[in-house]
Structure formats: C-alpha cells, structure tokens
Design a protein around this ligand. Sequence first.
Ligand SMILES: Nc1ncnc2c1ncn2[C@@H]1O[C@H](COP(=O)(O)OP(=O)(O)OP(=O)(O)O)[C@@H](O)[C@H]1O
Length: 630
Amino acid sequence: MGALYIFSWICLMGLCLFQGNATLLEDKQALLDFINNMRHSRSLNWNQTSPVCNNWTGLTCSADGSRIIAVRLPGIGLTGPIPANTISRLSGLQILSLRSNSISGRFPSDFSNLRNLSFLYLQYNNFSGPLPIDFSVWRNLTIVNLSNNRFNGSIPSSVSNLTHLEAFNLANNSLSGEIPDLNLPSLQQINLSNNNLSGIVPQSLSRFPNSAFGGNNISFGSTSNQTSSYINPNSGPYLTSKKSGRLGETALLGIIIAACILGIIAFTSLMIVCCSRRKSEDAYSGKLQKGEMSPEKVVSRSQDANNRLFFFEGCNYTFDLEDLLRASAEVLGKGTFGISYKAVLEDATTVVVKRLKEVSAGKRDFEQQMEVVGSIRHPNVVELKAYYYSKDERLMVYDYYSQGSVSSMLHGKRGEDRTPLDWDARMKIAIGAARGITRIHMENGGKFVHGNIKSSNIFVNSEQYGCVSDIGLSSIMSTLAPPISRAAGYRAPEVTDTRKAMQPSDVYSFGVFLLELLTRKSPIHATGGEEIVHLVRWVHSVVREEWTAEVFDIELMRVPNIEEEMVEMLQIAMTCVVRMPEQRPKMPELIKMIEDVRRIDSQNRSPPGNRSESSTPPPTATGRESQVSE
Ligand SMILES: Nc1ncnc2c1ncn2[C@@H]1O[C@H](COP(=O)(O)OP(=O)(O)OP(=O)(O)O)[C@@H](O)[C@H]1O
C-alpha cells in the first residue's frame, strides 16, 4: 500500500514536472511563431535548440522556470503587425515591452488572453485603430504606455476598472472624444497630451498637472460659459472669457497704423544692426577658422552689448569677447558638434573655446540649456565658464586641461613618449567619471541626460579623478555622429533606432568607456585587415570563449595582484552594455559597485550629492586658475 502511495506520488510529481516543461515548451514555440512571422532588423539568439530561460535575449522566466513572464524587445526593428495567436499564447506573461519598434496594425485583439499582464509598453510604434474596448480583462495592469502611436477613437471607460493602474500614457496619438471619469486612487501618472480630445477634465483627474492634457481641446474646471481655461497645442494654457467683446473699428484702425509705423522703424534699425554685426562676426569666425588671431581689434566697444560673453556666477575670469578675439588660438580638434580651440589670452590665461555648428535650438532654449549646464558645480564635472550666442556664432568656454583627455592618455602617444596609465589611475578615472555622470543625471529633476559620454570628453582633475565635459549638447544640436565613427561606438542600440539619448543610454556609453579603460582599445577600430571591430561585440566574443585574460590591456597585465579587480570591473562594464536599457544599472549603483572593487581612498568616497557644493578643484590646467584641492 505504502509502495503504491510512493509510486503514485512520484508519478504525480513527474507529471507536474512534465507539465511545467510542456508549458515552457509551448511558450517557446509561441515565441518562435512570433519572431518567425515578423520582420525584424536585429538578429536574435532565439533558436529551437537552445534553452529559453537565461539564454534567449529579452526574456525572463518565472522563478521555477516553468513559464515566460517577461518579454522585452525594445528597438529591435520589429516591423508590421503582430502575428495573431503568437504572443497571446504566453498566458503567464506579466511584462510586455515592444516599444521603439515599427509595429503597425491594430491593437492585437487576442492580447485579451494575457490575463496576468501587469506592465505593457508599446510606445513609439505605428499602431493604429481604436484602443481595446474592454480593458477590464487585464485586472493586474499597473503601467500602460501606448504613447506615440496612431491610435484613434475614444478612451474606453473600462479603463476605470483597472484598480492597480499607476501610470497611464496615451500621449501623441489621435484619440478623440471626452476623457472618461477615471476614479483610480492608485493612479500616480497620466499623460493624454497631444491628441484630439475635447470636453472637460473630469473631477477625478483634476489632481494632475495641466501638461498631462495639453495639446487637446480640453477645458478645465468650471463648465460655465463665463470663464474657462483652455489648453491649445500651439499657445499653451490661456484664459478666454466670453465677456471680452469685439474691438471697435476705429480702435482697430489705430492699432494697425501704429503697428505699421513701429514695424518700419524696427525693420530699419534691425537692418543697420545686422549689417554691422555680420561684418564683425565674419571677421571673428574667419580668425577662429584659420586657427590664428591677430592683435587687431575686431569688435568695437560700442557693440559689446550685443556681443557679450556670458560668464557664470563665481567664474574668476575677467576677459571679455574682445580679449578672446585677440588671443592666440590653436585648433585642438574637430568634434561632432564643432571645433575646439585652445586660446591663450594676453595675461596667459588659457581656455578652451568650443565653436558649435548646426545648433537646432533657438536662442531661448540654447540659453536655458547653458544656464542648466553652467549651474553644475562638481569636482567631477568640467565647468562651463561662459558662453556666447549670436545668430551666426555660438561659443562655449571651458578651462583648459593640460593633460589632455582620457582618450589621448589611452591612445595618444606611442613608443617611448608614452606614459602608461596604471591601474590606480584608471580606477580613479572610472570612479570620478561615474560620480560626474551621476551628478549630471541629478539635474532637471533627475532627468538630465549627457548624451555624449566618451573618452575624449573625460579629463582628470587636480586629484587625478575623472571629470566629465561636453554636457547638454546632444539635445540642442542637430548633428549625430556618423555610424562608423568613434562617437558611434559609444552609442546604445536604442539611440541608433530612436535617435534619443536617455539616462540608460549614458550608462551604456559609460560601460563602453570602462571597456576602453580596461582594454585600451577604441570602441570602433579597424584591424590590420581593415575589418571594423566593435569593442562591445569583441569583448563579448572573447569572454564567451573564456579567454578573459586576453581582453585586458597588455600594460595592465604586467601589474601584479590586480587581476581580480580587473575581472570585477569587466563584469561591471558588461552589465552597463546589456542590450535592454531597463536592465542596465543606474549611475548611483555604479558608483557603489566601482567603489566596492577598490577602496580608493576614504576622502573621495562620500556620495556625490554631498560633494557637489564643495569648493571645486581646478583641473590640472595651465593658466591662472588657483589650485584649490578637492
Ligand atoms: N577643456 C579641454 N581641455 C583640453 N582639451 C580639450 C578640452 N575640451 C576638449 N578638448 C579636446 O579637444 C578635442 C576636440 O574636442 P571636442 O569636444 O570639440 O570634440 P570631441 O570630444 O572629439 O567630440 P564631440 O564633439 O563629440 O565631443 C578633443 O581631443 C578634446 O579632448
């Protein structure tokens, strides 16, 4: 009897295990059916023979390995409609992210089978047609992002049944009709902006800011005809009142005549100013272009008001644009965003002037961005000292870092002239850069993105810690580095697709920078046979073949007892360059991870927030900067 019991128990367990495997096999088949029936420009390592869990890109299995619970495939070039009866067979699915692809067609009706879905990210695709009528089938939905598609029709009232909903984003679609009453206490974020919605914002959503409903024909609060506040895509919030009557005809005529006279005066003065400014700026640009400055006076004092260098508070420089124009200048290099010059002023002050090309932002946006950048004071961030804006010329002024960038330290001199960077130096550069980027990410309510992390933008401060430069340019410039360029080697895969840098893409670039520090290889380099090598792919292939030691810079291999630390740093770098942005660590975590590899020194281990307001150490610079220590 006992034996029979044990036998049946074993059978039962066997059946369970078999069933578990069967479900996973079914999930695997559903995914293969999906990917084999959908165009995608990136190849995936999904093949029939390899195990799904821990192996296939973009998937997460349940803890017991019996089901697939997350599919994350952002920015892999998926094109066309989602094939029916594929993804919808993953009945254990909780997270689905197919954002930043080119998926078209309607919202798949069979997604109603995904009863466990909690997080749905389909933003930045080409979905069209109406939203699903019955949202209540997904009782667990917590975050829904369907923004930046072409969905039309109205917002279904069934959304109000999603009691777990915390974030709901339908921005930038073509939705119309009125906003339903969404009495959802857990809802923390909503964005319905830039649709064709009309009517009023229901009371249940009045706690959200106006910007959540901008770009629609929605009115707020009172429904009375007397006064209501409208939000219009072009003009922003404004008040209209039915009481305001029409202007009398005489008054109107008076205004038109006055406007004409003023217009003529303004036009004439503008022409005079433009002609004289154009002359002086052309002369200035010409000198910078030639990489030389003559002592002749290029801008007259009377024009200083229009040609003013804007210095940030606390900057101890006393020169003006005129002095800068008289300085002797030498081209340091041509970057993605312009040319950088080393300028030595008459009193021996040495600065770097970056002359920007193709700024896409207007004057106001440019100035605002400069204000943000100029306000960042941190030992691991290269300070922007001053800027200049005119119609034809935009300049940024920094301290000159005489040791050159980390790029030139790693790849610059060859042979006997070369001073190798030892392990300590590289660790200090890594930790400093991590702290600098973390500080930059704290700006703008924790949303600021650097967008151009690379070794030629990282210098060392007076304490030899990494120091990050070139902040805030990627968002105001229209240029993107060409696909085969050193800059492109740092670019996260999703940035190539969406052309939009985010904080996780900075983390990716930082990971590439760490790999560069460890290998002393450029992110994109040609081998003897002219073959283009991508550093991330190369490191992956070497590590996969278990030749880890081969990865490291030969100069480091000579140093005793650092192998373990190098391997730990390699692991950290590899976590930064994973394909899925949401799987990359955040910058503050990276500081901790790197600090844990080696206790560099206690003085430099305080969190960046505590250190940002401290007296800024100067760079290892020539010129007149005072040498205040960190
Ligand atoms: N403050 C500085 N001190 C010393 N050298 C600098 C300074 N700023 C830039 N450089 C160097 O000048 C050269 C040109 O810099 P620039 O920033 O214009 O281009 P980049 O870093 O090569 O590319 P990108 O424009 O994409 O940042 C680079 O070698 C850079 O390291």
